[in-house]
Design a protein around this ligand. Structure first.
Ligand SMILES: Nc1ncnc2c1ncn2[C@@H]1O[C@H](COP(=O)(O)OP(=O)(O)O)[C@@H](O)[C@H]1O
Ligand SMILES: [Mg+2]
Length: 371
């Protein structure tokens, strides 16, 4: 139990903030949360997206290439200030009791270190609010992957619908299959989400992503190349618990495709993403759970080419795909972070050892106070 944890039934207004591996910006969800764990109830009050300015995006890219400590220190401040700007766009900010921020992942080395930046003390001081941050370190300290951590909330919210599968497609694709108890939840990263598509779009067309899937839809899919890359993809063949990031699905990985034509490259990486999902479901999910349908969320659902390929690949193994409503799909992770903040505030453990491989259940998050 946390010292001075809030009473279980206290209603809290929490700003959940998520900035994923796509580096597109910060999603904010202000929610009213009551109860905790399976008696958790919530209501969304406000949702807003704050895009990163180009200067921050390019600084993140620079850091990922050079790992320069001076750039990292600057980014820790820049990203905190973008969080403050994002919060100041929200009408409900004055009502917020707690800010719960994921921070920007700039490094994820499973079981060693997962580094989220965006200085939480600065966010606390500039907003006058209590901030919970750094949700991954404790699970790693307890021997876990430090990821994925949102499946705990998937379980809290969807535990009444047994064997439902949820798949969020951000930079990386994360899957959760809800079992009968928290110990049974199966969740892991299936592999790339938009990561490879985005890198190819940036390298070949100088844009952030394949808007509307138009590059993919006008290219040719080289299935043989995708199969060859799959064989060489060490991550896909690993058994869960496992997690991955853009340190692995990066521009070096993209070189494995060795395809000249930019449209064909994007068509094939988009297909590859769907193929890795099918393989992951086949090898690690269907062997344990009779999953018949999966609910998709995240930015990847806005790419019609990717959606079409996923639908086709998963239908081969008898799984139907559904997409959550657009608002929920765009903000699910931010809402879930607000709810992880609620669990922390109410003194609950929120990692799932069956998912991360941690030795024990621990309370995820650290607190920064504005005084
Ligand atoms: N209109 C669109 N067409 C194609 N892809 C899109 C579109 N909108 C968003 N995306 C994809 O979604 C990604 C952002 O998804 P998001 O869920 O925010 O990921 P993350 O959690 O990693 O930030 C973009 O980088 C892009 O690949
Ligand atoms: Mg995003």
């Amino acid at each position: 139990m946390l010292i001075n944890a809030f009473p279980q039934e206290k209603e809290l207004t929490i700003a959940g903030m998520m900035s994923g591996t796509s580096f597109d910006g910060i999603d904010v969800a202000i929610v009213r949360a009551k109860g905790a764990f399976t008696s958790l109830r919530y209501k969304v009050l406000e949702l807003c997206f704050h895009p990163y300015p180009e200067s921050v995006k390019s600084k993140i890219e620079k850091f990922l290439k050079n790992q320069d400590i001076e750039i990292l220190s600057e980014l820790d401040i820049d990203i905190a200030l973008e969080h403050v700007r994002a919060l100041k766009k929200c009408r409900y900010l004055p009502k917020v009791d707690l800010i719960s921020m994921h921070g920007q992942t700039v490094w994820h080395s499973p079981r060693k270190k997962s580094l989220q930046i965006g200085n939480a003390d600065l966010v606390a001081i500039q907003t006058g609010k209590i901030v919970v941050s750094d949700f991954r370190s404790k699970d790693i300290a307890a021997g876990g992957e430090g990821a994925p951590i949102t499946p705990y909330i998937d379980y809290c919210i969807f535990s009444k619908s047994k064997t439902i599968a949820l798949n969020n497609i951000g930079g990386i694709s994360n899957l959760t299959v809800i079992g009968n108890s928290p110990e049974e939840v199966l969740a892991f990263d299936t592999g790339p989400g938009n990561a490879l598509i985005d890198i190819a779009a940036r390298e070949k067309f100088g844009v952030d992503y394949d808007e509307g899937g138009k590059f993919a839809l006008s290219g040719k899919i080289f299935e043989d190349v995708a199969k060859r890359v799959l064989e060489s993809d060490e991550y896909i063949w690993k058994n869960p618990p496992k997690s991955t990031g853009k340190e692995y699905y990066n521009s070096d990985f993209l070189k494995r495709f060795d395809i000249e034509n930019p449209h064909d490259l994007i068509a094939t990486t988009t297909y590859y993403t769907a193929l890795t999902m099918r393989k992951s479901y086949e090898m690690y999910v269907l062997t344990r759970f009779p999953v018949k349908s999966v609910y998709l969320s995240g930015g990847g659902t806005k790419n019609p080419a990717l959606l079409r390929f996923i639908e086709k690949e998963l239908s081969k193994i008898g799984i139907r795909t559904f997409v959550f409503s657009e608002r929920f799909s765009d903000f699910k992770e931010a809402i879930w972070f607000a709810l992880l903040g609620n669990e922390f505030a109410k003194g609950h453990f929120s990692n799932l050892p069956s998912v991360t491989g941690a030795r024990k259940r621990v309370a995820l998050g650290k607190i920064s106070v504005p005084w």
